[in-house]
Design a protein around this ligand. Structure first.
Ligand code: SAH
Length: 354
């Protein structure tokens, strides 16, 4: 059975001949009535995927400590914009606030702002964060600019639309979606001029224009307001050829062109490209999630939690391993810290930090 969004896509292709991969993602994820992120809470066991903050409170606690220490490095400003993009159920922000409360004065200074488009998730965030009265935004442009910014985003950039390009004999081509009989299909479209690393015929290169624009905006805000941002996602350290668009439904990979609007669509982040987009804000040494969480003391935190709740010790150990082990989320996920170019190196990011 074709989904409502499948019908809308079919009609759009009938009118224009083809759509780009970015238009397809935008429609599937963001259509005001049927878009994947507009309709439901996709997280957790009953949903389609699980994220680090939903695995364990320790993830957000380590980030909360990092943010509070950076606030101290900023000279403990009496007001700071604590912003999260794509806050899901509000779990990460709740864990951040609980851990950062250890640093006197931080909570009183922090003004919580959430960038979120999903009405279903805004409702959950309002419940989780009812004590802090967050302010919601449709995008980053309305975040206040009159105080330093501390920003965090986990698995947010991977949901933004990308373009895909196919290398022909002599030129790059936009990769587009067309209708073939009853089905949708990816085909090689018109010639385009793009900036890409050296490639061979048939290679696919992805440009996450939206992610680059968002990080450029964060970089500009950091330079203008002072502060730092922590962007966590799966992806690669250097720009490289390869197709990474994937669909996930009920915790398993699904065909990208089936049940449009009912699967999560994501791509891997090109960290080199987004770090460059953020200039002149400074991109710190790119860390793996495992290295970042270890540097912030997650193993010690796991021990303490286990001592306090011995009956949960096994679950806590399993969650900790999931977050930091190379075979699990520890290496695929990366942590990019962006800071105002004058800020000293933040905790965990010096080359010799263990
Ligand atoms: N950070 C959370 C949720 C990740 S899922 C966690 O780690 O659990 C992606 C989040 O980004 C969801 O909250 C989703 O609604 C939001 N989102 C997706 N596209 C968005 C967009 N274009 N603008 C703002 N928020 C968006």
């Amino acid at each position: 059975m074709i989904t409502p969004l499948g019908l809308i896509l079919r009609e759009r292709i009938r009118r224009t001949g083809s759509v780009t991969v970015a238009e397809f993602m935008e429609l599937a994820l963001g259509h005001p009535d049927y878009g994947y992120y507009r309709r439901k809470d996709p997280l957790g066991v009953a949903g389609d995927f699980t994220t680090a903050p939903e695995i364990s409170q320790m993830f957000g606690e380590m980030i909360g400590l990092w943010l509070a220490v950076v606030w101290e490095m900023l000279g403990e400003p009496s007001r700071v914009i604590l912003a999260e993009a794509g806050p899901g159920r509000g779990t990460l922000m709740a864990d951040i606030l609980r851990a950062a409360a250890m640093v006197p004065g931080f909570l009183a200074a922090a003004e919580v702002h959430l960038v979120e488009t999903s009405p279903a998730l805004r409702a959950k965030q309002a419940v989780t964060l009812k004590d802090v009265q967050p302010v919601w935004h449709d995008d980053l442009s309305s975040l206040p600019g009159d105080a330093p910014l501390l920003m965090v985003a986990n698995e947010f950039l991977d949901a933004l639309p990308i373009h895909q390009y196919v290398r022909g004999k002599t030129h790059w081509h936009e990769r587009v979606l067309v209708q073939e009989g009853k089905d949708f299909a990816f085909v090689t479209g018109p010639v385009v001029e793009i900036k890409a690393p050296p490639a061979r015929e048939g290679d696919i290169f992805e440009i996450g224009q939206a992610a680059r624009e968002v990080t450029a905006q964060i970089g500009q805000k950091l330079q203008a307001q002072g502060g730092a941002a922590l962007l966590i996602d799966y992806g690669h350290e250097f720009s490289a050829m390869g197709e990474t668009l994937q669909a996930v439904r009920q915790h398993a990979f699904a065909p990208v062109l089936e049940k449009i609007g009912e699967s999560d669509l994501t791509t891997h982040i090109d960290f080199q490209a987004i770090a460059e987009a953020a200039r002149p804000a400074r991109a710190q040494l790119l860390l793996t999630q495992g290295r970042f969480l270890r540097a912030m003391g997650i193993e010690l935190r796991a021990e303490r939690l286990s001592r306090a709740q011995p009956d949960k010790a096994n679950d806590i150990a399993i969650a900790c391993r999931r977050l930091i082990d190379a075979a699990e989320m520890g290496t695929l996920f990366k942590v990019l810290a962006l800071t105002h170019s004058d800020l000293p190196i933040p905790p965990g990011f010096a080359a010799d930090d263990a």
